[in-house]
Design a protein around this ligand. Structure first.
Ligand code: SF4
Length: 357
């Protein structure tokens, strides 16, 4: 079963940098559900095991949990064993074995606490950063139709997909520059006009500032963006052979390009996950649901990257941006219809204050 955006595999070494203290149970649940929802054969299961190496995270789970199944199908057993042989630290190893098809995983000898946890018991007494996975699942449910403006008109939809790869990457960069403080439909229209004119480094290098302004108007701060685009395009021409740079550091040196744009650009243009793109929606919602307590988008990016597995970094941007456009708006969020309204501190407060009035 596919769920949202396909995650890009990563090495277990990179995963190990995450916050280990407050999300280990979520991490286990995340791993188990990923196994359940994506398995088709043993190799798929092994991939998941490789992607999310639980031995890196888990500190407090029961030492030995055997889930033997009488079935010869899907998951014969999942063993989580404590291994203290090397160090005093508690480490757990997940072993998954599978055959072909099974209706469901049977588990014996599972203690009540874990059974409750894995069955999705009420976690409202947990801190929001501890139940991030429950919140994430609700977000996925609310966004399952992918019908927010960002889904059809976001920067990833502004490139000529049949064009020259260099032009596509340049268009991705320009769309991100135009999108700052600008609604998706306005950015999308401006990019359509630019593409119609011929959106390549060579063409934009030779266009007059007036004409460029005419094409991108009415994006926010269009006059300043004309300057940024022209200066950046000159750099791309002289330094990068009409292509865009392939590192965050170099992208951030281009006029008008900040970390949010750079990380999204690496993802859209180069298909590389280097960080979470945090815009105003991601910053606001992450703070509202209690995933982070930060003051700036950059602080939010760093905190989110500690909290969430790297496999989710691509998904979380689009998920939250669309959610912010449709439900969790800056002013008057629709908390009463939000599936997270019993888990989200901001929503609980918001609804309580309405009841009192
Ligand atoms: S409960 Fe309200 S504030 Fe919290 S995520 Fe939902 S819409 Fe946003």
């Amino acid at each position: 079963m596919k769920r949202g955006i396909k995650f890009k595999p990563e090495s277990s070494k990179k995963v190990s940098t995450r916050n280990k203290s407050n999300s280990s149970k979520n991490m286990e649940k995340y791993a188990l559900e990923e196994v359940e929802s994506t398995h088709e054969n043993e190799s798929a299961v092994k991939n998941i095991e490789k992607k999310v190496n639980l031995s890196k995270f888990v500190k407090t789970i029961k030492p030995q949990v055997n889930r033997a199944s009488s079935s010869t199908n899907t998951f014969d057993s999942i063993n989580i064993n404590q291994d203290n042989s090397q160090t005093n630290k508690k480490r757990l190893h997940l072993t998954v074995q599978s055959d072909e098809v099974a209706p469901k995983m049977k588990r014996d000898n599972t203690d009540e606490k874990e059974k409750e946890f894995l069955a999705g018991a009420d976690q409202s007494n947990l801190k929001p950063e501890e139940n991030w996975y429950e919140i994430l699942k609700n977000l996925r449910e609310m966004r399952k139709n992918s019908d927010a403006p960002v889904d059809s008109m976001g920067c990833q939809r502004c490139m000529d997909e049949n064009g020259d790869p260099k032009d596509m990457r340049y268009q991705a960069l320009l769309a991100l520059m135009l999108s700052s403080q600008t609604k998706d439909n306005v950015t999308h229209t401006a990019m359509s006009k630019l593409r119609e004119y011929g959106c390549s480094v060579e063409n934009i290098l030779n266009i007059s500032n007036d004409k460029l302004g005419e094409l991108i108007y009415p994006v926010s701060f269009w006059k300043r963006k004309v300057q940024y685009i022209k200066k950046s395009t000159e750099i791309l021409n002289s330094k990068y052979n009409n292509d865009i740079p392939k590192t965050i550091e170099e992208l951030c040196k281009l006029p008008g390009v900040g970390p949010k744009m750079a990380h999204l650009c690496m993802q859209i243009a180069w298909n590389e996950v280097t960080g979470i793109g945090v815009d105003t929606h991601v910053h606001r919602i992450s703070n509202r649901v209690g995933w982070v307590k930060t003051k700036t988008p950059e602080e939010t990016r760093k905190a989110l990257e500690k909290l969430l597995p790297k496999e989710l970094w691509i998904e979380v941007n689009q998920l939250l941006v669309g959610f912010g456009q449709q439900i969790c708006q800056p002013v008057k969020p629709h908390c009463s219809s939000c599936l997270n309204n019993k888990l989200c501190p901001f929503g609980i407060k918001n609804l309580n204050s309405k009841v009192k009035k």
